[in-house]
Ligand binder design. Structure first.
Ligand code: MSP
Length: 653
């Protein structure tokens, strides 16, 4: 095995067969129904890990695929009036399309109906049988003719079929068995000697007690249906679907036919999956590998579930969320970021669209987006739109270089433990440190005094560098924003050529390069409820403390008097009015959630107060450039208006 260990981020990593390799896999998904946000969760996580390892210079292989055999597929196909193969082909096309939408960077996609997989599974079966670990015996079980399925006595519900509730009969049929029992001690020893083999520790403990409670030999063939890989030399049997499916991790590496590929990537560094299938991966799969005399994967990692109202999101519960729809609505980076950042990877986490909106607005629009906008605006204003030349590197008032270094270490450590949400948290921590730094250094004051010129250049340069480092660290997670940030701050390199940790070293942006300020990176997502204080902002009223802000923070608000010159309703949105307001310097459009309280004709001619420097947003497809102020209470919403006439555009402070 041409392999070395896979730590992260060590300098000098080489791409190519001579370098360090990293092999990460997702489960192969059942294509019997449409994939949903839960499947996207695992796959985006694996994509983050794969992209991170590539960024570190690992020769990375990322495998995903589909598990296309078995009675469920056969039935789903019959229901759709298609042959199982035609049904699987159609489902595969949809899944590949979903991964394209989510920009999943897999290196290989294995389908269990592909000849390369089928041949290799037969080789595996054959080798294990030759060794004496697969033998023919008699399978006894409760058979449901309607479902064409066998059940164990303990699976029956009131002595009837657990799926359809009909009568079952005790039947015996010839079947092949796999001697799991032969390997239980060896498996326990392996788990004991390799604490990192099953992660997180809670799953490891579960698996240890499961194996200790005794392993029965496993029935690995079926004769009750035929949509599967035939047992070599005995084709009335098909190979049990989990034996077939688990093998994908090596059949996709050409096990039995392409030794070079196989040796380059096996053993896998991490098999990623939801916690419900850890048992198959940490008991059956390692024992298949032991029977083949192959090394075991370095890690089987079982993450938590995305749940909706306390229940796992799943096809069978019918509470699925379509990731394609979310991406269309909120953009790819927002969806990827939410999946990776919202929930600690090992725990179950609640999914809600509100949480997605909140997460996007807080971390991406406010924290990251504002840092970019503010920094670029200051570079335009105080440095003629070019990356300034920094001086006096030992200026004690330059803490961002150290902060970036700390963020890098935290990020690497978290990623090595697959604490994906915390890794992103470390980057956002850096972004917020920089936002705070702006307030501390108050560049607009430095600019007033020639004595502040050097400090001002340093501050601006360090802010740009912090943005650059943050973009590099976010690049494995987000596929759009990092490149855009780099472009806007005047960096003209090729992201795919960057390597960690070198690329995160502070001080690489070239002074003198022009920046190119673009539109907001993540426009705030306004929901109807948020347009006038009835949504999350209003939720604060119920006795909740609002955090204090500084006078400087308040001054950043540009509040103005505006005169409403036109108003109409927004089709299909009961609560929205579209307003044209005059602000002194010209007119603009604002979409406001006041229609339940004001008719359009009541609005025209009114003088109101608006936040003039709010990031523009799209609400129901309409541009909204500003927000009006209103008070809510006692079930009412009333507009805030000047108590005596002042010209439109007058500042409110
Ligand atoms: N085909 C088997 C896996 C064989 S692997 C050799 C299978 N397929 S599945 O389509 O049911 O996918 C299950 C996997 O999808 C979970 O292990 C998990 O990775 C992902 N998830 C499905 N629903 C999920 C959630 N609600 N939350 C998190 N992950 C979820 O099992």
């Amino acid at each position: 095995m041409a392999r070395t260990s896979a730590g992260s981020g060590a300098p000098g990593a080489q791409q190519g067969a001579g370098g360090r390799s990293f092999y990460v896999t997702t489960p192969i998904y059942y294509p019997s129904g449409r994939l949903h946000i839960g499947h996207a969760y695992t796959t985006v996580a694996a994509d983050f890990i794969a992209r991170y390892k590539r960024l570190c210079g690992f020769d990375t292989r990322f495998l995903t695929g589909t598990d296309e055999h078995g009675i469920k597929m056969q039935r789903a196909a019959a229901k759709a009036g298609l042959s199982p193969q035609a049904f699987a082909d159609r489902a595969y096309a949809e899944i590949a399309d979903l991964w394209r939408t989510l920009e999943i960077s897999y290196d290989d996609f294995i389908r269990t109906t592909e000849p390369r997989h089928q041949r290799s599974v037969q080789t595996i079966f054959e080798r294990v049988r030759e060794r004496g670990d697969i033998y023919k015996g008699v399978y006894e079980g409760w058979y449901c003719a309607d479902c064409e399925s066998f059940f164990l006595a303990r699976q029956l519900v009131d002595g009837k079929c657990p799926d359809c509730g009909r009568q079952v009969e005790l039947l015996a049929e010839e079947a092949y068995f796999f001697r799991l029992s032969n390997y239980a001690d060896r498996l326990l020893r392996h788990i004991d000697e390799h604490p990192e083999f099953i992660q997180p520790p809670s799953r490891r403990n579960e698996m240890i007690s499961f194996v200790r409670s005794g392993l029965e030999d496993l029935c690995v063939s079926r004769t009750s249906f035929n949509w599967g890989i035939p047992v070599p030399g005995d084709p009335k049997h098909v190979i049990y679907v989990w034996f077939d499916a688990l093998s994908n991790y090596i059949t996709a590496l050409g096990y039995g036919s392409d030794d070079e590929l196989f040796d380059r990537y096996w053993p896998a560094d991490v098999h990623l999956m939801g916690k419900e299938i850890v048992r198959f991966h940490s008991v059956i799969w390692p024992i298949i590998l032991m029977a083949l005399d192959l090394p075991l994967p370095k890690q089987v990692f079982g993450h938590g579930w995305l749940v909706l109202g306390g229940e796992k999101i799943s096809k069978s519960r019918g509470n699925v969320i379509d990731p394609q729809v979310l991406v269309q609505k909120y953009g790819l980076d927002a969806v990827r970021y939410f999946l990776l950042r919202e929930v600690p990877f090992v725990a179950d986490g609640n999914y809600s669209e509100d949480a997605l909106v909140r997460r996007t607005n807080t971390d991406l629009a406010n924290d990251l987006g504002n840092l970019l906008q503010r920094t670029l605006a200051m570079v335009e204003r105080f440095a003629a739109g070019r990356v300034p030349e920094p001086e006096s590197l030992d200026d004690p008032a330059r803490p961002l270089a150290a902060a970036a270094n700390d963020a890098l270490s935290a990020y690497e450590q978290h990623l090595d433990r697959l604490e994906l949400a915390n890794a992103l948290g470390a980057v956002l921590g850096l972004v917020n440190r920089a936002n705070k730094y702006i307030e501390e250094q108050s560049p607009w004051d430095l600019a007033k005094n020639p004595a502040g010129a050097v400090r001002l250049r340093n501050v601006l340069y360090d802010l740009l560098e912090t943005l650059r480092v943050s973009a590099v660290l976010l690049a494995p997670a987000l596929t759009r924003a990092p490149g855009e940030i780099l472009r806007q701050i005047g960096w003209d390199g090729d992201l795919s050529e960057l390597r960690l940790p070198q690329a995160a070293r502070f001080g690489q942006l070239q002074p003198g390069r022009p920046i190119s300020r673009g539109g907001p990176l993540f426009p705030r997502i306004e929901t109807e409820d948020q347009t006038n204080g009835e949504g999350p902002a209003a939720e604060k009223t119920a006795g909740q403390q609002t955090p204090r802000i500084t006078i400087d923070e308040f001054r950043r608000l540009d509040l103005r008097i505006a005169r409403v010159v036109a108003a109409d309703r927004v089709a299909g949105a009961d609560r929205l009015l579209r307003l044209r307001v005059q602000l002194g310097e010209g007119e603009r459009q604002i979409v406001a959630g006041v229609a339940a309280h004001y008719r359009p004709e009541d609005m025209v001619g009114k003088d109101i107060v608006v936040v003039a420097n709010l990031e523009p947003a799209k609400i129901r497809g309409l541009a909204s450039d500003g927000m009006l102020l209103a008070a809510t209470g006692g079930g009412k919403l009333v507009l805030i208006a000047p108590e005596a006439p002042v010209p439109p555009g007058a500042r409110v402070s």
